[in-house]
Design a protein around this ligand. Structure first.
Ligand code: AMP
Ligand code: GLY
Length: 419
């Protein structure tokens, strides 16, 4: 069968790569894809928000399944539109994707159904919010309600910072309409872990645990980024913790979504923080995480297409999904300047040193293939991903490999996996 993956980053490269191992798939397309993805999939020049273009491509090319990976087409209802056009789609509907696209919705959901999360208040009036922060404990967290390219969360150390955050979001519209409503919440501390889970709305099957590194510089310093690396598993996610999360977070969340008439099918991502009082939900994502997917899918031994079919058909309880015991790590090589201004178009050398090496993958986040050469084409460029018996072995392998790959201005963190 023919499958189309929507998206263009390292996450989509990992999904396309894993799907390419499925016996039942004859051809993979990716819209719009990137240089690395083009080795496994035919890349179509269709934007991720161009639902009409995607539907037309499906009809023209007899594509039977579309995997919608990024947040914004999910929030815009691409899955609803595909289903209306009679095309199978993997991902939540717009109604269910609200769990990511509106923080006020997800916070109220957690409150209503007793799912552990930070204490919070919601505001749609700026002056009321400004009054509220007069008598709060700091740090305090100010969040834009809607999608804001991962930048909508501001940790405020004092009242001045909180005032600025509120004014920037609500008055200056730093994140556009996403900031019409804000959530102000208590600051929590503890290690953060990511649990991605497959769910068909009734059964939920967590994947192996992972952690990501969001800050640009070593020691978790510098600006927030889309993610500078990730690793799996997380030492904090013990069996007891997994059981607690299943009973108190995962199952209650899918039940809550069903009760709200927003049954969730697809990948539900739980961003958890392990506080002194136990794990709490920092955020939900309605999709595979990036770069967590790059360290989770290499550990999946089962066929990803079988899982996606079971999710769509409500048959997930019938599968016994298998994982590899290895550890996996992904170190992002980024363009100099990222996450601020950076240049593109530099030639990447050394990629051939990876070919056919066991347990080493390079997932492309922002590259372009011209002829037989790859060029940088984004802030995050490559995810050097390696497997090992344990995290140390995987990390050594990753950093050894990275030293063989070059492009002008390349930079990466040297402490991925050390948390
Ligand atoms: P979110 O997009 O909600 O996951 O927030 C992005 C990042 O901000 C998280 O991964 C945390 O590092 C941080 N963060 C969000 N909410 C809180 C909170 N209540 N307390 C402490 N840190 C937070
Ligand atoms: N790694 C966090 C995310 O995908 O949003």
């Amino acid at each position: 069968m023919k499958v189309l993956v929507v998206g263009s980053g390292g996450r989509e490269h990992a999904i396309v790569w894993k799907l390419s191992q499925s016996q039942r798939i004859d051809k993979i397309y990716c819209a719009p894809g990137n240089g690395g993805i083009s080795e496994y999939a035919e890349c179509l020049p269709i934007g991720v928000l161009d639902t009409e273009g995607i539907i037309k491509a499906c009809k023209d090319k007899n594509i039977e399944l579309v995997v919608v990976a990024p947040d914004d087409p999910l929030a815009n209802g691409m899955v609803n539109e595909l289903e209306r056009a009679g095309i199978r789609a993997f991902g939540p509907t717009q109604e269910a994707a609200l769990i990511e696209s509106s923080k006020s919705f997800s916070k109220n959901l957690m409150k209503k159904y007793n799912i552990p999360t930070a204490e919070f208040e919601i505001f749609d009036d700026m002056n009321t919010a400004l009054n509220y922060i007069e008598n709060q404990k700091y740090p305090l967290v100010v969040k834009a309600d809607g999608l804001a390219l991962g930048k909508g969360v501001i940790i405020c150390e004092n009242k001045d910072e909180a005032q600025n955050a509120i004014i920037n979001i609500m008055d200056q519209k730093q994140f556009g309409e996403a900031g019409n409503t804000i959530v102000i919440e208590e600051f929590l501390t503890g290690p953060e872990i990511s649990i991605l889970a497959f769910t068909d709305g009734n059964t939920i099957v967590p994947m192996v645990s992972s952690q990501d590194h969001k800050r640009a510089l070593d020691g978790d310093k510098g600006l927030n980024t889309g993610g500078m690396g990730a690793f799996s598993p997380s030492q904090f996610y013990t069996e007891d913790m997994a059981e607690f999360c299943m009973d108190n977070i995962f199952l209650p969340t899918i039940d809550a979504m069903n009760k709200e008439g927003r049954s969730f099918k697809g990948v539900l991502y739980f961003g958890l923080i392990i506080t002194q009082a136990g794990p709490k939900v920092l955020e939900y994502n309605a999709r595979f995480g990036d770069p967590e997917t790059q360290v989770v899918l290499p550990r999946l031994n089962s066929d990803l297409l079988d899982i996606m079919d079971a999710v769509i058909d409500g048959q997930l309880h019938k599968l016994n999904i298998q994982w590899d015991d290895s550890a996996c790590i992904c170190v992002i090589m980024a363009s100099g300047g990222y996450p601020q201004d950076y240049q593109k178009g530099f030639r990447i050398t050394g990629l051939e040193t990876i070919k056919d090496k066991e347990g080493i993958f390079v997932f492309h986040a922002g590259t372009k293939k011209v002829g037989n050469e790859y060029y940088t084409n984004g802030g995050r460029v490559l995810g050097i991903t390696t497997m090992g018996e344990n995290l140390n072995e995987a990390r050594d392998k990753a950093y050894k490999q990275i030293s063989a790959i070059h492009f002008d201005g390349a930079y990466y963190r040297s402490d991925i996996g050390k948390k």
